[in-house]
Write a protein of this length. Structure first.
Lengths: 286, 172
């Protein structure tokens, strides 16, 4: 049984806790033990915090990495593209640049007494499902999924920058689609699949109208492909599609995080998935 | 008369030192702008941001709204035929811009929340109730559950001058 430090981040535990409970149940049922990271903070988010001060961004991320490092686990598991991006990228920088690690560790030690020693394996949950659990194991477990047409939204920071993440082809990826199909869905191709949801980089906070225009373009393309659901792997993309559709008024496509979709496909109690807090109602075709 | 501005290599050097080390590799082909989902919706042209950084046109690039229309989607970064790490250049420029006081109030508030609470989203009573209903610990086992952890995160902000940057809006 593998064992991972479970990194919660902010949007999942505080706005979509159903994604958290679904993730806990799904990984438990797949034999992955998730251990809470006591005292972890925001990753911090790559949009605003990296834009403001990269030293602060790295130092806070290094504290989260140091907490995971002390836990004696196989790595840290993230359920969000933003958390994955920050923790993966900061770990990569600190593991490969000894001078930078020394500089960040000085801040970290002064503030916390801890140091980051460069040994944490940062995992994205989709990547862990694909590589460690495998598509066939998911197919064998997914008995309750109804076949729906799914618009799979990878988001940006799961695969990119691909020169350091090295998970899948950034232009023509398949790992996420393969898992969604193993859960009994049909992953539908749509125009400009792979485009950003619009929310990242601080754009949603600063110019929400611009963010929403990108969301609308994606929704138009998904609708043209006749999809039943949107499946995301990031609570921030999830928020943008869920709330964005209410703001735009003309779309009503249910939005599911992959953990929630797997929860349904694995036949977990629906009450554990927190679908009722979604602003775009999750009325699934029967 | 056409006014010709002189390049300012000193500013370009600052961009390179702040993380934009590939800025001079750009040959202005425009693959970035052609790939940009934000540029489809607005007049933001990422190629121009890189050009201004290359030429050291500090006064054009740092106050510009364009700098903040990038969603950091990395499409340009992936497709650049010269391997220019465009997102890293934008991050270096943004770090400099906020220190000149070019900071949106909406962003300042987000940064203030994390600086003070360790999270960028608040914990409301309704969130606690929903967490409990789902069988989760009502207060997440994060900085929200540990005063000592919060102190540590605040101390990092103080050591980096992040708390001051956020409190003053970069205008000190």
């Amino acid at each position: 049984m593998s064992k991972y430090a479970f990194f919660l981040g902010c949007i999942m535990p505080l706005r979509y806790p159903g994604i958290e409970s679904a993730s806990r149940e799904v990984f438990k049922s797949l034999g992955v033990e998730l251990v809470d990271m006591q005292g972890a903070s925001c990753c911090p988010a790559p949009g605003v915090m990296r834009s403001f001060d990269q030293t602060y961004w790295m130092a806070v991320a290094a504290r989260n990495l140091a907490i995971a490092e002390k836990m004696g686990v196989d790595g840290v598991l993230t359920i969000c593209n933003g958390c994955f991006d920050t923790l993966f990228e900061v770990a990569h920088k600190l593991n490969h640049d000894p001078d930078l690690r020394k500089k960040i560790n000085k801040i970290l030690k002064d503030a916390t007494g801890m140091e980051y020693n460069g040994t944490v394996h940062v995992r994205h949950f989709v990547e862990l499902l694909y590589r460690d659990i495998g598509v066939e194991a998911i197919r064998a477990r997914a008995k309750s999924g109804k076949n729906l047409k799914a618009a799979v939204h990878y988001g940006c920071h799961f695969l990119k920058p691909s020169n350091i993440k090295k998970i899948d082809d950034a232009e023509r990826p398949h790992v996420f689609d393969d898992i969604v199909e193993a859960a009994g869905m049909t992953s539908v191709m749509y125009k400009d699949k792979g485009m950003c949801c619009g929310a990242g980089g601080g754009v949603r906070a600063r110019t929400p109208d611009v963010a929403l225009k990108m969301t609308a373009e994606n929704l138009k393309n998904m609708t043209a492909a006749g999809v039943d659901i949107i499946v995301d792997c990031c609570p921030f993309c999830h928020l943008q599609y869920d709330v964005g559709q209410v703001q735009l008024k003309e779309y009503k496509i249910p939005v599911l995080h992959l953990s929630q979709l797997l929860g349904l496909a694995f036949g977990l109690e629906r009450e554990k998935l927190g679908l009722e807090v979604h602003q775009t109602k999750v009325n699934l075709p029967t | 008369m056409v006014e010709v501005k002189e390049p300012n290599p000193e500013f370009t050097r600052k961009v390179i030192d702040a993380g934009g080390k590939t800025v001079n590799l750009c040959f202005q082909c425009g693959t970035c702008t052609g790939s940009c989902p934000s540029g489809r919706q607005t007049a933001f042209r990422v190629r121009k941001v890189v050009r201004r950084a290359q030429l050291g046109f500090e006064e054009d690039v740092l106050p510009s709204e364009d700098l903040w229309l990038c969603t950091t989607c990395y499409t340009c970064y992936e497709r650049c035929p010269r391997g220019v790490e465009i997102v890293d250049i934008i991050m270096a420029l943004r770090n400099m811009a906020v220190r000149k006081g070019y900071m949106a109030e909406s962003h300042r508030k987000v940064a203030e929340l994390i600086s003070k609470t360790g999270h960028l989203v608040s914990l409301r009573d309704e969130d606690k109730a929903l967490r409990k209903k789902l069988g989760l610990q009502d207060v997440p086992p994060t900085v929200f559950s540990s005063a000592q952890s919060l102190e540590e995160v605040k101390k990092i902000a103080a050591l980096c001058g992040f708390d001051k940057l956020v409190a003053t809006g970069g205008k000190s």
